[in-house]
Design a protein around this ligand. Structure first.
Ligand code: SF4
Ligand code: SF4
Length: 128
């Protein structure tokens, strides 16, 4: 169990876990076409091996389009329950569909606990 990695992070450095989730890019805003894909009439960030966003530089774990990143990325708050849930799955080694599944399940559980944004709820979730 690698709970310590899921503790409230102070920085996104050495993480990048949320960049393994599915991200829509509704207004590409100058995002290079090679980094996106069109599916079912919508534009998404293209995903590479393990589900890594094509804009995530694999060694530095930096977003190469940070200033133009999609709204989903801008709204993904570090330290939120969303962040903690995906970090736990990521540092447990899950990738691709397994990571997404764990993330969705974790968020549903957090919602059931009524702990969407409270830090107490985050800790309660992590103890489960
Ligand atoms: S927001 Fe959270 S999951 Fe995303 S890179 Fe930062 S610490 Fe990692
Ligand atoms: S656009 Fe940038 S911040 Fe958003 S998922 Fe891709 S690498 Fe991460």
């Amino acid at each position: 169990m690698k709970i310590q990695h899921a503790d409230a992070p102070t920085s996104c450095r050495d993480c990048g876990a949320c960049c393994y989730l599915v991200v829509e890019a509704p207004e590409p805003n100058g995002i290079p076409e090679r980094l996106t894909t069109r599916q079912q009439g919508r534009t998404w960030m293209r995903r590479e091996g393990g589900g890594r966003c094509a804009a995530l530089e694999p060694t530095t774990k930096r977003c190469i389009i940070y200033a133009r990143r999609p709204p989903d990325c801008r709204n993904f708050d570090r330290g939120s329950v969303h962040c903690l849930v995906v970090r736990r799955a990521f540092f447990d080694g899950l990738r691709g569909k397994k990571l997404i599944k764990a993330y969705v399940k974790g968020i549903k559980k957090a919602t059931a606990l009524g702990s969407r944004d409270s830090i107490d709820g985050n800790h309660a979730l992590l103890q489960k």
